[in-house]
Design a protein around this ligand. Sequence first.
Ligand code: SAH
Length: 241
Amino acid sequence: MARRRWIADQWSEGRAELVGAQARHLAKVLRAEPGMRCDVVADGRVWSAVLDTVSEERAAFVLEQELAGDAALPLTLLLAVFKFDRLEWAIEKATELGVQRIVPVVARRTEKHLAQAAAARVERWRRIAHEAAKQSRRADLPEVHEPESLKAALARTWTGTRLLLAESERTMMLSDALLALTSGNTEAGVVMAVGPEGGWTADEELLFAKHAWQPVSLGPRILRAETAAIAATAVVASALL
Ligand code: SAH
């Protein structure tokens, strides 16, 4: 079996620590003892490490040797805020698939009570991403931004190809847009936006167009937002891996 992998909460020269829940899990559930070997992710890199001290509050590792890391998929997902259970599922699966950054956006058709509750959910979304990164043995954690308005999100300077998932788009397929990209330089990556359950409004589609986002299709069927997010991330992953 593959060795356990931990994502360090803090680190400094040659050492890394888990604190709180992770330390408790190591000490109480796994009953780990000093000397145990693990893989530890610290500072965006993966290390072969040996457990030095462990308690329910804190576990310290000595980092012995850096292992070859796998780079994140250069993909940022702008995810409209939609029903939290489904959104959480999208965050978990997108993390497994390698997404580098998730930006929750409040769209016109994001339900009001979800829009209001979103900011208080970020810590939970980060925990979900953390768990998914660990489970999929990623060498890094995806960033999960604070939710922001679509206007604010579009006003940022995104490097990379900007793709708007839109079920109204009939001709340009996501895979074709990526094909055009991969024949050039893929390093700048992709920024991709997924709408809420009710879809993007016409005004929002115009705003995307103003910021030079390319509308793309995932095919003739209307997918639920979380299905669209996962399917599209998988398509990008297969093109950019
Ligand atoms: N407006 C639709 C549902 C929107 S689906 C309705 O209720 O009829 C939610 C989001 O998933 C969309 O905003 C879009 O980003 C994405 N999506 C769903 N199906 C898609 C498809 N076939 N192609 C591209 N994006 C799609």
